[in-house]
Design a protein around this ligand. Structure first.
Ligand SMILES: [Zn+2]
Length: 146
């Protein structure tokens, strides 16, 4: 029993380090789950390894931290003044990588939804962001083979 607990604890620590299963992500997951949506997590077969994948709706969802992924115009999207150049380069690269993943996913027929960390604190925003899930987009061809 203690071994099992420590194992869970270890994987929890790992998930924290890799930025997966974060609090904002858990908020979105329970929000979707409560509405009856079923999804897959951290799909490594897809570009950018989307946090949440809804194959039935040909939709992937990224839950992005406002700082790390550069939420434009958001008050959490700050740049550290210490080693500013280093941070600017790193954070700009993150945002660029996100755009590339977005384009590749769209090219593969997936609809991409980005939910920002700050939006997970606002139920109305969450509703608005996921409203399009009520219908499968026309011409969507997203495939996920087992
Ligand atoms: Zn934000």
């Amino acid at each position: 029993m203690t071994d099992r607990l420590s194992k869970e604890r270890r994987s929890w620590n790992m998930s924290r380090i890799k930025g997966k299963n974060t609090k904002p992500e858990m908020v979105v997951r329970s929000f979707l789950h409560a509405q009856g949506f079923r999804y897959r997590l951290h799909e490594r077969k897809l570009p950018g390894r989307p946090d949440i994948v809804l194959p039935k709706f040909k939709t992937v969802i990224f839950v992005h931290g406002c700082f790390w992924h550069r939420h434009e115009g958001c008050r959490n999207c700050t740049t550290p003044t210490n080693r500013r150049e280093f941070w600017l380069q790193k954070l700009t690269a993150n945002a660029r990588r996100d755009r590339i993943h977005d384009e590749r996913l769209t090219g593969l027929g997936w609809r991409v939804i980005v939910i920002w960390e700050c939006e997970t604190k606002d139920l109305d925003k969450l509703r608005a962001k996921t409203a399009c899930l009520s219908q499968v987009p026309e011409g969507a061809t997203g495939q996920l083979d087992d």
